[in-house]
Design a protein around this ligand. Sequence first.
Ligand SMILES: *Cc1c(COP(=O)(O)O)cnc(C)c1O
Length: 440
Amino acid sequence: MKLYSTRNKEEKVDFRTAVMRGLAPDGGLYMPESLPLMPLSFWQALRERSITSKARIVFDLLLADDFTDAERDEIAGRAFTFDAPLVSLDERTHILELFHGPTLAFKDFGARTMAAMMSVFARKEGETITIVTATSGDTGAAVAQGFHNAPGVEVYVLYPSGQVSPLQEKQFTTLGGNITALEVDGTFDDCQRLVKACFADERICNARQLTTANSINIARLLPQMIYYIHAVAGMLPEGKSVSAQGEMTRPVVCSVPSGNFGNLTAGLLAHRMGLPVSRFIAATNVNHVVPDYLSDGNFHPKSSLRTISNAMDVGNPSNFDRMLDLYGNDHQAMARDILGAWFDDRQTRQAITEVWEQYGYLMDPHTAVGYLGCREHTADNEQGLILATAHPAKFPETITSLLPDALVTPGQLLQVAAGKKQSIPVEASLDAVRDVLLEN
Ligand SMILES: *Cc1c(COP(=O)(O)O)cnc(C)c1O
């Protein structure tokens, strides 16, 4: 696969370069130069396959030049180790549960794929790759769990001491092995600044092959296409009930709870490959700059507001440039495929309670935003597919305040909570971080 930067389409790089760089040197985001357009019969043939097998097929289509057959097999097998089940509330409301991985959120798919790919690069090049990443909570957990025991990769997670929830902290401080947590005496902004400083530091860069694992990396985006394919292929009717025009009996509308819009962008890429989705709903909380753009064509980044769906508290979404690029900056074209919708915390809480009372199904606050988008903007002749991005047990305060008896904590979380925290305390200075990186 060849990729270009959203800021310069002329300069192409290969997949490995795009993955190792994360961001293009001109500050743009990497986009695939082309995607194969697949016919309906292709998607139908995937219907009964496992998610791992679907992942393998998608990697074969997109990354045949970048990894050998055996490597693609290895990546699919290491990353897609848990299922994404589809739960139907009624015949037009389907929930795709993306939270059965180690950190109980959809980011596990991207993080694990990226880790598997980097292990392959490290082995081929006979060199250890070092990931340095800053986290305010969730990203660090997904990255640490995804890279845990990945051969040839060492991970340093910088996090602000006392400013992440105890459970989140446990998710990246209890693993040990190739995962080192640096507990920074400072803020999340300090952590981000220190990560940047590491990349600019000659001594560190001479000693280690550094890379980031941030969410804009193409290796995290591409695998997110696979669960859309998994779900939609599973919803396709058998061959004969598809009409001559290739229309499905009931068009599928995907409602995606969004923050940085990586998840939605992955869906748009799958759509470009011909996946039969009729449109997307970009569902947000009160941080609604993208729904605003979709309605009036004006994009005004803002500072973010705090909500109960906090992983979506983003005022300047990092993948918006990719969305613009996909539609050639044509607002009308984008607005034909994507409808924006936003909801406040009161509506989100109400949806959690209502769905529990009506269907006995418990949603986390992010999923609830996606549910609201689906409920308000899907017609009777359509089927809504809601992406459930996190397990409700990750948000115990919100859930138990609404429904004291509904929550069942999954085993993964109990295990993490029982683990012993191991971190290296450092002051918020490059010297302190460098010492750790050069000593280990
Ligand atoms: C990251 C996250 C989101 C937002 O996903 P984007 O790809 O940034 O739009 C939604 N829900 C949960 C639970 C998340 O962790």
